[in-house]
Design a protein around this ligand. Structure first.
Ligand SMILES: Nc1nc2c(ncn2[C@@H]2O[C@H](COP(=O)(O)OP(=O)(O)OP(=O)(O)O)[C@@H](O)[C@H]2O)c(=O)[nH]1
Length: 791
């Protein structure tokens, strides 16, 4: 097999490794070394088969030349790339040439060189390339024999070359000439070693036969990096210039210097041949004649010459490739398996599939989509996230955590000032003073409070709706990715279904609130009732009064200590003041009673039971004494009013003003109950218009407190009802409804023959991907055949 025979095999393998993204076939680097004028460039040129390297007497190669041969196919689009700069002289071009070039000409040569330092410029004429090498050498290394380690990179594109890299290096020399530095020998040696020490480098050590081999600098250096001679090929040049009567037979048969890859004798073109432009072809023929006709080499002529060198290189490259093959083969097998799997995920090509097959496919996809939707809600989907709550679990969370928490966060007495209560009581009694608990006022006041429950109930419906939407969007088998239009339509239909159900669910939840506002059932078994509430109010009042009396008594015993406390604890000034005042007027129960209640409210975040857990004591005597007893003194009234008019305890207000849902990522679930300052100011203004500053009577204070307790108790009952009923309503009207209806709705809307084409429109990128995948698989399979052939 000659180098030319190797080209197609290596090219196919190169294609394989490139396509399969395998590590490169990694063909060795051929590095030509030798003393000055040994014939390195000539050898290299013979291997490449192109006459393009500057040659001559004296030092010619003064910069490393990295020659990258790139194999291109005859029909490679690169060949006809329009608008490239060429080395052709425009003035010397004929009209025909111009036409040919402007049309991206069919006759452009398929071989050209391109320098790294002149990107985009093509050298179709290799004599021009030779001149450019000379110019570029002189530009960097000067004109006077100087050398430079900066390489010249030349790429040769041709259908007739192997993808190989060859390196031509400056000749080894001892004595500095021209601009060369005094340590030229060391510098060149280092430069050469840099290239040949790469294990991937095959060293072509050129030694001229007319110089004693013991003086071969090339062999000396090669031995340094390849002591066993495994990757060094000895080349004996200038065999034609040996003294008459002498020959290099001993060297060529390996008797003088041991090299595993052996020595090969060559006869390159002489300077005269170059001057007379002797063609490469003719010089190869002449070389052949030389060996056949030479008495010493005749017997081994088949193992001499450039052609044999090419064969040896070929064998070396093949061995190298064989070494790499098992690895490539294993990778290829894995890739074939993987690609087959990938191809299977794209599904069969539906082009030209029968109508019933399409119908069955659509039906199957609709069913799988609806099953996925249902199982996501029920929590038996196979694709359950472990990162966040989803589907049915998230709905449960909305009911229990989000709704429960937001309902609990509502203050039953929100927006309800003592003044509002007093005004309501007064309005409801009409012109007469009331005898008993003003029931109408309670009725009037509790209804707007019940309305407060509507916000969280609505939000709960919204959140469940949003979750169902999310489920709808994330649903469906993987195959749906292949049919983007079908997928979009499925989502659309489910979204429509959900949207249709949103209205009825909202309305039902609203009516739940309306129903609860329509009739205030004071007979509810859990309702605290007026008598019990009043009893608890009175009971607390009494207890408070007793406590205060006790404290007053103690203070009278130790007056100094009380004073000290007043000064020490700023925050408690008012309570201590109360005690002191109480001392002067012992019968002022109402104030401490109310403040106790405020403290109680403060402690109770949920606001729901403060009324209902009150004591059942019905101390009629005390109750009547209090309710129909003598009025409090004006001083007592003022004190009570101060406290009643005081705002809600700060912690309570903060708590109500912003309640966050536990799921911080769900910012939309944050329910805000902010009062705008403007609104508050307006309310205060209205208060001052509607309510006189007339202080509350003791009886009024008791009534207000009573109403407050009744509202808290009744509100708690309704809140519980709402917390119980809203999830049931949502399940019935939204979640279960959609679960039951999804499949039918999908089939009714989408299973229509007229829609099949549109719905089964395949994602273009996907069909391209499948095609690509199929081609890749083909190429892998072919590659596998190629590899088996090589072995
Ligand atoms: N007669 C004869 N001349 C040769 C042979 N090989 C090379 N030459 C001549 O030797 C001279 C140097 O050849 P090159 O190929 O330039 O040698 P080189 O080793 O590349 O030289 P530098 O790059 O300058 O180190 C040229 O004039 C060649 O024609 C050969 O086998 N026989």
């Amino acid at each position: 097999m000659s180098l030319n025979d190797l080209i197609p095999v290596v090219n196919r393998l190169q294609d394989i490794v490139a396509n399969a993204n395998l590590s490169d076939l990694d063909l060795p680097l051929l590095t030509v070394i030798g003393s000055q004028s040994a014939g390195k460039s000539s050898v290299l040129e013979n291997i490449v088969g192109k006459d393009f390297l500057p040659r001559g007497t004296g030092i010619v190669t003064r910069r490393p030349l990295i020659l990258q041969l790139i194999n291109i196919k005859q029909d490679d689009p690169l060949i006809r790339k329009p608008g490239v700069e060429t080395d052709e002289d425009p003035d010397a071009m004929t009209l025909e040439d111009h036409l040919r070039n402007s049309m991206g000409g069919p006759d452009l040569p398929a071989e050209w060189g391109e320098f790294l330092h002149l990107p985009g410029k093509r050298f179709y004429n290799f004599q021009n390339a030779k001149r450019e090498i000379e110019r570029e050498t002189a530009r960097v290394a000067g004109k006077n024999k100087g050398i430079s380690r900066i390489p010249i990179n030349l790429k040769v594109y041709s259908p007739n070359v192997l993808n190989l890299t060859l390196v031509d290096l400056p000749g080894l020399t001892k004595i500095p000439v021209g601009d060369q530095p005094t340590d030229i020998e060391r510098q060149i040696k280092n430069l050469v070693l840099e290239y040949i020490s790469k294990p991937n480098s095959i060293i072509l050590a050129v030694s001229p036969a007319n110089v004693d081999l013991v003086n071969s600098e090339a062999l000396k250096l090669a031995r340094q990096v390849d002591p066993q001679g495994k990757r060094t090929i000895g080349i004996l040049s200038k065999l034609d210039l040996m003294d008459h009567g002498t020959n290099a037979l001993d060297i060529l048969v390996g008797k003088v210097y041991p090299l595993k890859l052996g020595f090969i004798g060559v006869v390159n073109r002489s300077q005269q041949d170059i001057s007379t432009n002797k063609s490469l072809k003719d010089s190869l023929a002449a070389e052949q004649d030389f060996f056949i006709s030479h008495p010493a080499y005749r017997r081994m002529a088949s193992h001499c010459g450039t052609e044999y060198l090419a064969k040896t290189l070929n064998r070396t490259l093949m061995n190298h490739i064989r070494d790499r093959l098992p690895d490539i083969k294993a990778k290829l097998n894995t890739l074939i398996g993987q690609t087959e799997q990938e191809l299977a995920t794209y599904g069969d090509d539906l082009d030209g599939a029968a109508e019933e097959n399409r119908g069955a496919l659509i039906l199957q996809l609709l069913n799988r989509f609806s099953t996925c939707f249902i199982s996501s809600i029920e929590g038996n989907s196979s694709d359950i996230s472990t990162k966040e709550l989803c589907g049915g679990a998230r709905i449960y969370y909305v009911y229990n955590e989000v709704l429960g928490r937001s309902l609990r966060s509502i203050n039953p007495l929100q927006n309800l000032t003592i003044r509002d209560i007093r005004t309501a009581i007064r309005n409801s009694t009409g012109p007469r003073p009331s005898l008993f608990v003003p029931e109408l006022a309670f009725d009037l006041l509790v209804k707007p409070q019940i309305q407060l429950l509507e916000g969280p109930a609505h939000r709960c419906v919204e959140l469940v709706y949003e979750e169902l939407m999310k489920i709808g969007h994330g649903c469906g088998p993987k195959e749906l990715a292949r049919y983007p239009k079908l997928h979009a339509r499925l989502i659309e239909v489910v979204s429509d279904l959900l949207r249709d159900r949103l209205g009825p669910t909202f309305r039902y939840v609203e009516s739940l609130i309306d129903i609860n506002r329509a009739y205030i059932n004071t007979n509810h078994p859990d309702f605290v009732g007026a008598a019990a509430a009043m009893a608890s109010v009175v009971d607390e009042k009494q207890r408070q009064s007793q406590k205060q009396k006790l404290r007053s008594a103690r203070r009278i015993e130790k007056p100094g200590r009380t004073d000290g406390k007043v000064q020490e604890t700023n925050g408690k000034v008012s309570s201590v003041k109360t005690v002191l005042d109480d001392k002067a007027t012992p019968e002022k129960p109402q104030k401490s009673l109310v403040s106790e209640q405020a403290q109680k409210d403060e402690k109770d975040d949920s606001f729901d039971d403060s009324g209902s857990d009150s004591s059942e004591s019905t101390d009629k005597d005390t109750f009547l004494n209090f309710f129909f007893g003598k009025d409090a003194s004006p001083a007592q009234q003022k004190q009570a009013q101060d406290i009643l008019a005081s705002p809600q305890p700060p912690r309570l207000v903060n708590h109500i003003s912003s309640v966050e849902y536990p799921d911080s990522a769900e910012t939309s679930s944050v329910i805000q109950f902010h009062h705008s300052e403007a609104q508050q100011a307006l309310e205060e203004q209205m208060d001052s218009l509607s309510i006189s500053d007339e202080p509350l009577g003791e009886r009024e204070q008791m009534e207000c407190e009573l109403i407050r307790r009744l509202i808290v108790s009744y509100f708690g009952i309704v809140r519980q009802t709402i917390q119980d009923q809203v999830p049931k309503a949502i399940m019935c009207l939204l979640v279960n409804y959609c679960k039951d209806a999804v499949q039918n709705t999908l089939v009714q809307t989408l299973y229509r023959e007229s829609l099949f084409d549109e719905l089964l429109y395949e994602d273009e990128t996907l069909s391209q991907e499948r095609e690509k995948c199929r081609k890749l698989l083909d190429s892998y399979k072919k590659a596998s055949v190629v590899i088996n052939e090589v072995v």
